[in-house]
Design a protein around this ligand. Sequence first.
Ligand code: F6P
Length: 325
Amino acid sequence: MKRIGVLTSGGDAPGMNACLRALVLTAHANELEVIGFQRGFNGVIDQEYQTLSPYHVSGIIQDGGTLLKSARCPAMLTEEGLKQAAENLHDLELDALLVIGGDGSFRGCLELAPYYQGKLLGIPGTIDNDVDGSDFSIGFATALDTALDAIDKIRDTADAFERIFLVEVMGRHTGYLAVAAGIAAGAEQIICPELASELDLDKIAEHVEQARKHRGNCSYIIVIAETMYPGGASALAADLEQRGIECRASILGHIQRGGRPVGADRILATKLGAFAVEQLVQGAHLMMAGEINGKAGLYPLALTGDKKKQVDSYLLRWQQQVAQY
Ligand code: F6P
């Protein structure tokens, strides 16, 4: 193995740069040349790339975003796009391609596999933490802290005005971020797909009323995962108002994707970047480099989207039983 490629794909996540750094340094130590593609798979298809040496990744461990930029790539859903990507990888004589991203990016790898003769390896990088085969994905810990910083501030104004707030967090179709943020912020309610696929507005209103019976007028925060209500948190706030529950909606949005990676993300990113290159050298193919119980390990890429990973049901159940008091 002489030359490998790398790209960051899908929603960017804090820690992707730290991962690139570890990967490039490890490749250099193993006498491998690294080519970095711009804007995810688009850079492979459009032949936009650069050589990455230790010089290029020096001083980026603390930076949010991604040096290589990121994007989704509709062309990878077509046979023509996949063939073009494989041809370009072959022309560059790349022995392997490393993809830092989430579920969708890994599906791109699997689709590419029949056309590309090199090795393919994934590294989980997404704030959604929705990838099977790794306890955490790069970016989740930072996104959680960012969400908490915002919710703590919302709590201050909610306390002052004795108000009810609906705070919408990201997570795509999963509630990992919503559950973690809701628990850590001491939210009174958490609404996420793992609890119910459809919302019962009367139940939500009843819970608010119960809490106010116990505590008197007080702040009350509902953390809701995006995609849980048609029209989002603002529409839900309007519909709750019609049931006599006056509340304000706050949509945290893309701030959750930005910022300097927290320590946990830098460490995870460093471990997975280094481990992925070492495993490639050993011959790993169509695997994801993840971490389970603190230990780096390989997991089949084909199983990463199986959605077997569970939210913390113990904490969620506890929260539901006591949050009204
Ligand atoms: O996958 C990361 C993520 O931020 C999700 O949480 C969110 O649903 C989605 O990306 C938003 O995508 P975009 O930035 O394309 O709007």
